[in-house]
Design a protein around this ligand. Structure first.
Ligand SMILES: Nc1ncnc2c1ncn2[C@@H]1O[C@H](COP(=O)(O)OP(=O)(O)OP(=O)(O)O)[C@@H](O)[C@H]1O
Length: 324
């Protein structure tokens, strides 16, 4: 599932000790990270964590109370024109006019930008896969196609950094899949992509690295799988006979979860037989344990790792301090 892009070491976005106070409240308390060329970087946090406020500072919509944002070395506050000419975003884009065609929308948008001609419009239309439909009215577009049109607009000015706020919001599973492979394609071409989301599963399959934020602070930055591996996971076992299996797991020092309802989603448990055993353990132990169970005559019907939810990961990272 893990995905790799060619990253070089060129730092495209650099955020240093960014802070924002609104009234008496520090909405963003201390956020630092870097995004490199060719990298898909996830910005992950629950609702209210401060993602949108941070993004608004990245694109100079609001002013940081403290800290710096630089794009390809250009300071967003001191040199906004140069810095922002290198950014495409679908954060607060002008509205898409549904009574116009996709092409006409791109033309409208290009009017505000120097040096964007029809050839470039065609290029971005092709790139986002709208070439067949670009001369149709936007009101005939699916939500996914409208999202793509937004990205086409963001790409018109040949940015080095693309900022996407919850890009799969409202899309159906097919649209989500398409959006993902599309974002990967852009990164492959060398674009730095910054994606915010409150969905761990979404970020996990898409991003090379993530920053996890909660209450305006970065809790961790790193590769998603590394972050998950360093936390303990839940594993659901279907063993036959079940009671013997449970006793053996316990003998092997594995901790058996008794309050299953509290830690796992009902839907996950419903997917297994009534006698599923839930353990909490270092997930990489599974490979050692399965042969032992089998060689002592147990039947292993299924073993399933359960990806922790964002909330569980947060609880672990914040040591139970909780999530807003
Ligand atoms: N202008 C403002 N005045 C007062 N409070 C604000 C303002 N802007 C944001 N907040 C508060 O700051 C917190 C963080 O908001 P922000 O929108 O950045 O979070 P978020 O992580 O993007 O969450 P969401 O996904 O819900 O938008 C929230 O509690 C929000 O109510």
């Amino acid at each position: 599932m893990h995905h790799r892009t060619k990253t070089n070491d060129e730092i495209i976005l650099s955020v240093e000790h960014l802070k924002k106070r609104i009234g008496k409240r520090w909405i963003v308390q201390d956020v630092s990270f870097e995004v490199k060329a060719g990298e898909i970087f996830g910005f992950l946090g629950p609702n209210g964590a401060g993602k949108t406020t941070t993004i608004r500072m990245l694109v100079d919509l609001i002013r940081p109370t403290e800290g710096q944002v630089a794009i390809c070395g250009f300071d967003v506050q001191k040199d906004p024109e140069r810095a922002l000419s290198l950014v495409g975003s679908i954060v607060e884009n002008p509205e898409v006019y549904t009574y116009l065609t996709g092409w006409e929308n791109l033309e409208q948008f290009a009017r505000m930008m120097p040096g964007i001609d029809a050839a470039r419009i065609q290029e971005v239309a092709d790139l986002v896969g709208l070439d067949q439909r670009i001369h149709d009215k936007v009101r005939t577009y699916s939500l996914g196609m409208r999202q793509r049109l937004g990205i086409a607009q963001a790409l018109l000015g040949r940015p080095k950094l693309l900022i996407l706020d919850e890009p799969t919001n409202g899309l159906d599973p097919k649209g989500i899949k398409e959006m993902r492979s599309f974002i990967r394609l852009l990164a492959k071409e060398g674009l730095a992509v910054f994606v915010s989301s409150h969905l761990l599963s979404e970020i996990q399959v898409l991003c090379d690295r993530v920053a996890i934020i909660s209450r305006g602070r970065v809790l961790a930055v790193g590769a998603v799988n590394e972050l998950l591996d360093s936390s303990t996971g839940y594993v659901v076992w279907e063993l036959e006979p079940s009671s013997t299996g449970e006793a053996m797991l316990a003998d092997l020092g594995i901790s058996i979860v008794k309050n299953v309802d509290e830690v796992l989603d009902d839907a996950i448990i419903a997917g297994f037989g009534g006698e599923a055993i839930v353990t909490q353990m270092q997930v990489d132990q599974i490979a050692d344990i399965v042969p032992r169970l089998v060689s002592s005559g147990l039947q292993v019907r299924s073993v399933q790792k359960v990806i922790p939810t964002l909330e569980q990961l947060f609880l672990e990272m914040t040591d139970g301090e909780g999530v807003e």
